[in-house]
Design a protein around this ligand. Sequence first.
Ligand code: S3P
Length: 433
Amino acid sequence: MPRTFKGTVTSLPPDKSISHRSALIAAISEGTTEIENYSGGLDNQTTLGALQQLGVAVHQEISGDQLSNPRRKVRITGGGLRKLASPAEPLQCGNSGSTMRMLSGILAAQPFTSTLIGDDSLMQRPMKRIVEPLSEMGASFTLSETGTAPVVIHGTTSLKPISLRMTVPSAQVKSAVIFAGFHAEGITEIIEPVSTRNHTELMLGLKSSRTSDGATLIRVYGGRTLHAKVFHIPADPSAACFLVALGVLGTGNELLLKDVCLNPTRISYLSVLQDAGASITFENERILGGESIGDVIVKSSPIKPLRISGDTVAALIDELPMLAVLSAMATNAFELRGAAELRAKESDRIAALVVNLQAMGFRCDEFPDGFSVAGRANTSPAHVSVRTFHDHRIAMSFFIASRFTDAAVSLDDADCAAVSFPNFFDLIQSLEV
Ligand code: S3P
């Protein structure tokens, strides 16, 4: 039975990317950084745990409604560059690729050896992409034979600056090199032919410019002391994406999503949906702590099928699961090419999307770099068991779909949503009218 959803959402999770970066920057700054509205998502809590293992003082204060809408203020006291303590145990990065990759940039510059490990998913994700540039800067690493964790880092206090032209668009790799660049003597340059999220640059006040071939050039001046400051974390646009899909699907929905990060490097999915006909508008746009934020209003609206390929993929990378499921549900059609990177996320998201969309009755063709949906079986299955592969974005995408189908849909692991969106299920339920 299709449902209707209405309401104002003030409890979207704080942005995962900005939360990670605020904690990492605090750990290498001198003094006590205050982070207002730090995320309670498991990935972000993992970053705090790893920093504590490195001797960083972390104090977390929870206020507001502890169950439905907790608000976290985190105080982190850092000692400055190269001041982390040698960890007694391997650093636990859980499910968080951001923690493992970005923290590696900082550990490359410490005068000790550290080992980073994670859960089954993270232990299978590619790590050579950070090892290559950070080795060129002078740290040494060992990885498993397949180029995955455990990541063993032999840090050095004499990192060299490099000039890196990114081959895979990745904000995590870029940020790891920026963090290492702060510890190097001289100017580190990063050239990004395809732009990725730029929170690290904004938070560290780095200037970027354009090269003659249209790439973005970021310069990091090494050796500068970082001083503690206050960070305010806006709501996560990648989490908002699930609410946007909820709002677009069905009939009669109207949702107002408050204080969402509207950084242009994060909201390409909103333009893609607007271009496809979705009713999405913005209000109260303003700047908070260097980031654009505002309210997003979304209403049920018919959309055209989404076809995504080429350089747009990088800017949509985290929203592709929800966009694929939304397009399939709304139009019985979807096409994605040039997205092989999606196979290296928390799960192989191409395979995960195909297997679950097929279980819902959609006709799919899978390619090495994407997949397409062309039509749906005439009779829908009465029951669908979604295989989440313990991937938060797969679980949440299919839960949104389940609100608009007659099938009884179950998820084999609903708890994994807590990686980025702990109150997801309660929030969706509270919006049903
Ligand atoms: C992130 C970058 C992206 C994204 C991830 C968060 C970040 O990963 O998928 O969820 O915060 O920098 P890649 O850098 O691997 O593309």
